[in-house]
Design a protein around this ligand. Sequence first.
Ligand code: ADP
Length: 306
Amino acid sequence: AVVAVGSCMTDLVSLTSRLPKTGETIHGHKFFIGFGGKGANQCVQAARLGAKTSMVCKVGKDSFGNDHIENLKRNDISTEFTYQTKDAATGTASIIVNNEGQNIIIIVAGANLLLNSEDLKEAASVISRAKVMICQLEVTPATSLEALTMARTSGVKTLFNPAPAIADLDPRFYTLSDVFCCNESEAEILTGVTVCSPADAGKAALVLMERGCQVVIITLGADGCVMLSRTEPIPKHIVTEKVKAVDTTGAGDSFVGALAFYLAYYPDLPMEEMLKRSNFIAAASVQTAGTQSSYLYKKDLPLHLF
Ligand code: ADP
């Protein structure tokens, strides 16, 4: 099973011809609400591929919170440890996108920041019984650290996605990561290495590996990803197929969710093969609009991906 300790966010998206100025009111031409949050997105992708999943997270006791719980259940995710609080609203991302695709985003993490130590202790049984834990940085770093520590203590494989990245990440995150997976800009923030090519990614991965991770993966959008492991300390570039990108939002989360699925259910596959498959699944997610709505289901997978 896969357990996600992370965030649920409601995306409130307005499409406008241009971004408003300070104090200005403008008309948009479309509005939609989407389910997001890196934790939930990754968990949904793993669940759609057939993983037994649990979402350990906190939402508000409000209609967005209720909607998240319904959405998780619809995706066959256990919500036994999806907590609801009266003390904060469900996390939101208010997003304005103009015709050029430029955006302004305000995230109010709300209830996500109230996920705490007691909550994790309550969820200890589901954490210790999982094969893989996925964790990101949209809950407090202290909560993520404690979750990773609990997983490590129980022999649960940890897949850590340091997103959104913070420059002075607590060094324990590296030693607690069996697999450390980030994108180019996160790798740059964490290492100071400018990442513009697979070769650069290899350099950044070496820096991250030296901090104590077992396996480092840096995703490179249409260029696939680069991996580095303690057992094979030479960076390897895993390319992906060329596809027409329509909406790349949530591609990284699709990738991490898919990787969690393979780590939990096909642990004997070579890492390179897991990454090829995760590339394929994430590439599929960029070919249609939306975040979770563009994630593949098991039934859509070509046979060779099982
Ligand atoms: P993020 O969404 O965090 O910015 P990336 O852009 O690196 O992450 O994308 C994550 C993964 O999604 C990539 O490693 C790749 O597998 C897939 N992907 C993203 N964009 C494309 C694209 N344009 N074509 C094919 N695959 C893509």
